[in-house]
Write a protein that binds this ligand. Structure first.
Ligand code: NAD
Length: 256
């Protein structure tokens, strides 16, 4: 039961982040949703969660590519018992042609934002005497793939940060872990499918079977619900001694 706890989930107006927000709200946590936009739809998502689950939920605009915004998000939340670092973007290109601005954006949003939010949230967790930091890394935090240099570097960095923060908080009731999903069918992956269909002149089924799920031995996508369930487990007392680890939800990808 997470009632009385506040969960801040970065990049949560879509995909995995939104799924985690629903899961934690259904377990009783108050929710802070976030993205870089500030639309009526963004705020409506928070209202829908509050109306359907009875928890407090609000949306705070903050751009996770900017350190000051990352810290402002946590400060404006006012409480942060559960921090889920989920915001992420992807860009696929060989390293010699990789645009420098895309490299900077991926490192900032996928990796550096985790540093800023964690630094801002830890004093709150210490004051509360309990905390959970859940970083949404990736199978790409454990394995490389060509044309994804920035993403693979950022996600490997997230795994390193996760282990370090776990050591720094090891004697407290605070844990820090990374979830490493394989392919999950979200807008982030949908864009890769459409791009690959155009680039390779292939139909959707072939792209999914031969270019994505060839790496996922289960031959199936992981689901948003499965990632959200893993996050909820990491918030439970059963996970009190689980810290500094990676939890793969990848259909066997990283087994080989
Ligand atoms: P998504 O595109 O649906 O969600 C990404 C979220 O990040 C969105 O809410 C978006 O608004 C937000 N975001 C992007 N830039 C931002 C910024 N500058 N500031 C604040 N928010 C920003 O994609 P998703 O698949 O749900 O991805 C969520 C996380 O899961 C990412 O970190 C991604 O790397 C990771 N992941 C996804 C998969 C997959 O197969 N979908 C696999 C492994 C890891």
């Amino acid at each position: 039961d997470l009632s009385g706890k506040t969960a801040v989930i970065t990049g949560s107006n879509s995909g995995i982040g939104l799924g985690i927000a629903w899961e934690l709200a259904e377990a009783g946590a108050d929710i802070v949703l976030n993205s870089f936009t500030d639309t009526a739809e963004d705020h409506a998502l928070a209202k829908e969660i509050a109306d359907k689950t009875g928890v407090k939920a609000r949306y705070i605009q903050a751009d996770m590519s900017k350190g000051a915004d990352c810290r402002k998000l946590v400060e404006e939340a006012g409480a942060c018992d559960i921090l889920v670092n989920n915001a992420g973007i992807q860009f696929v290109c060989p390293v010699e042609d990789f645009p420098a601005d895309k490299w900077d954006a991926i490192i900032a949003i996928c990796l550096t934002s985790n540093f800023h939010t964690t630094a801002a949230a830890l004093p709150m967790m210490r004051k509360a005497g309990w905390g959970r930091i859940i970083n949404i890394a990736s199978a790409h935090g454990l394995r490389a793939h060509s044309d994804k240099s920035a993403y693979v570097a950022a996600k490997h960095g997230v795994v390193g940060l996760t282990k370090t923060v776990a050591l720094e908080t090891a004697e407290e009731a605070i844990t820090c872990n990374a979830i490493c999903p394989g392919f999950v069918l979200t807008p982030l992956v949908e864009k890769q499918i459409v791009d690959l269909m155009a680039k390779k002149d292939l139909d959707r089924d072939t792209v999914v079977r031969d270019l994505l799920l060839d790496r996922q031995p289960s031959k199936d996508f992981a689901t948003i619900d499965q990632i959200a369930g893993s996050a909820l487990f990491l918030c439970s007392s059963a996970a009190d001694q689980i810290t500094g680890t990676t939890m793969s939800v990848d259909g066997g990808w990283t087994a080989s």
